[in-house]
Ligand binder design. Sequence first.
Ligand code: ITT
Length: 201
Amino acid sequence: MALTLARGARIVAATHNPGKAKELAALLEGRFQVVSAGELNLPEPDETETTFVGNAVLKARAAADRSGLIALADDSGMSVTALGGSPGIYSARWAGPGKDFAVAMDRVRERLEETGFEDLHAWFSCALAVAWPNGGPVVAVEGRVDGTLTFPPRGTRGFGYDPIFIPEGGTQTFGEMEPAAKDAISHRARAFAQLKAALFD
Ligand code: ITT
């Protein structure tokens, strides 16, 4: 039997990041009954894997087995070409324990300054994983959006590194764009489209 995620299913969104949770809720568009990891008091597992997909699977697996519900997890980040792909899977960690993204964005700027700002190309990646409880199956997909970095940061919308990232073909940063405009092209939306094609009835 094909694996499907039926309309109306009760699922847990396995994220503790409010910015992500908001975007995931918009993408899910009322299709499922979504409870958050916070509402269920689920612990945040250590992200010990070395890829976005690995960490998304780890988070979905942990939440599904803890909650007994189908779990959707997101592991994402921004990679900078001139920095050899950093911060990548360490994107959240560059903001430090206070989760201060002004600090993280400044760290990116400082590291780029050392390279003479010659190459400002960057991309966002998003891996989404759905895991069924009790050691059940897991499905993972990955989406990406390329763009250019700009300093100083611009815009107060979105979250994380959005104020320094201009998607390819655009002029505004993700931090300046309407949420719906970001949702139309983002790494998260692109991963989500694949999940939809693979699993939704
Ligand atoms: P959970 O693990 O609880 O979901 P987290 O914030 O720790 O939350 P990640 O380990 O996946 O999640 O870290 C991803 C980081 O990458 C996130 O904190 C953002 O700073 C950044 N990021 C991911 N998607 C982004 C987006 O759409 N816009 C801006 N920054 C983004």
